[in-house]
Design a protein around this ligand. Structure first.
Ligand code: SF4
Length: 227
């Protein structure tokens, strides 16, 4: 049994080397906030994406961007019409409130320009660390690994990080991830979380990281490798 909480630097490199080898990486057809042209649309799509499937987020975003283009358009849109457009992504009352607050903030405090920094983005209504990092990575091409629920689970099971929230995981991952993984790391970790390290039933028997995984070592005290 291990009482280690984190992989060491060499193991982190090795884990990412294997993820790069086995996972497809950046997908040109990524949906939702990752495929939006421009920072304003990306932030809006991020707010729509909370607890929503990518396809539903993409549908809601397409319906909304068919009737608005700018923060002014968004703020001027009657509430019923806004809710009607974004209904496919769920939680539409709360998201409509956040979108209207976002538009007002951009107009009144930011000259209608989306901030390019994490702190600036996170100061916008309805924007948390994950959303800020997605905008930084996919709109502003910053070398940032955005952490969603899949990335958070994989990082903390494997031992890339040892944290209790996605926000803390993102901060620790930023400190520990080698530079060469930052462009595609988000995709590798999500793909691995969806294909192998599943939420309810991780496929440890088929996992190419099983000899490194600290979670598995804690489950199987007498073995350090999958036999
Ligand atoms: S060994 Fe199991 S828990 Fe560990 S990373 Fe692989 S699938 Fe996830």
């Amino acid at each position: 049994m291990t009482d280690r909480l984190r992989l060491n630097g060499h193991e982190v490199e090795e884990a990412f080397r294997r993820l790069a080898l086995h996972m497809p990486g950046r997908t040109p057809n990524a949906k939702g906030p990752k495929d939006q042209p421009g920072a304003f649309r990306s932030v809006v799509a991020c707010i729509l994406s909370a607890q929503s499937r990518d396809a539903n987020t993409a549908l809601a975003a397409a319906r909304l961007f068919a009737i608005i283009e700018t923060p002014d358009d968004l703020l001027a849109l009657p509430e019923a019409q806004l809710i009607g457009a974004i209904r496919p992504c769920g939680l539409y009352n709360m998201k409509a409130r956040n979108l209207r607050r976002l538009a007002a903030s951009l107009i009144e405090e930011h000259g209608r320009v989306v901030p390019r920094t994490r702190a600036g983005l996170m100061a916008l209504p309805g924007v948390g660390r994950k959303c800020a990092d997605i905008v930084l990575a996919f709109t502003f091409d910053e070398p940032v690994i955005a952490v969603d629920t899949h990335v958070n689970r994989v990082c903390n099971r494997l031992g890339l990080t040892c944290q209790t929230t996605a926000e803390r995981t993102a901060a620790e991952l930023e400190a520990r991830a080698p530079d060469w993984v930052r462009a595609d790391g988000h995709f590798w970790l999500i793909q691995f979380g969806k294909a192998v390290c599943l939420s309810q039933r991780p496929r440890c028997e088929a996992c190419f990281l099983s000899d490194l995984c600290l979670w598995l070592k804690r489950q199987r005290p007498s073995t350090s490798r999958m036999e």
